[in-house]
Design a protein around this ligand. Structure first.
Ligand code: ATP
Ligand code: MG
Length: 149
């Protein structure tokens, strides 16, 4: 998963620079999972793009990778606008966008997270959201580690 993070990050650098945002990666150890690396890169790219879109300029995004209970865990942590608790279950629906995001005219379609969730589930994983309005959001992707045969 380390490679996945490195490659997803490389592709989102221009977007981060555009908003003058800083980026930090905290990779505790590499974790090997089974699956399609391009799809997983797509997942992480999508989450970093959201973290960038729903944050103000000059804030920071952090990406962590660690192993926990035989899972690889990737966290994408932003200091952005946050998501209301009641909205959290809905953001994974197709075409769903939180009002504020809509009015900010950020030009998205609301498909990103629906695709992200689908791809994570295809890898037998799951996604969790921790968010505080006005403080920021953590998206946590949990993927089963590849088992040695
Ligand atoms: P796109 O299809 O281009 O990704 P989108 O970003 O609006 O469009 P999703 O990525 O599916 O769609 O996200 C759905 C909604 O969830 C967003 O419109 C936004 O309201 C909210 N959201 C997603 N990520 C974050 C985040 N990191 N911080 C705050 N709100 C978020
Ligand atoms: Mg999006």
């Amino acid at each position: 998963l380390k490679d996945v993070i490195v490659r997803a990050t490389e592709m989102t650098v221009p977007r981060l620079e555009e908003k003058n945002m800083s980026f930090e990666a905290e990779i505790e150890q590499d974790v090997i999972v089974e699956g399609d690396s391009n799809r997983l890169i797509q997942v992480v790219m999508n989450l970093i793009t959201n973290a960038t879109t729903y944050s103000l300029e000059n804030t920071k995004i952090k990406v962590k990778l660690y192993e926990q209970n035989n899972n690889g865990v990737i966290e994408i942590i932003d200091e952005g606008i946050g998501i209301e608790k009641t909205e959290i279950p809905r953001i994974f629906e197709r075409f769903y966008r939180v009002d504020r995001a809509r009015s900010r005219n950020s030009g998205g379609t609301g498909l990103g997270l629906a695709i992200v969730k689908h791809l994570i589930e295809a890898h037998h994983g799951k996604i969790q959201v921790d968010s505080v309005v006005g403080e920021g959001t953590t998206m946590r992707v949990i993927l089963p580690q590849k088992q040695p045969n």
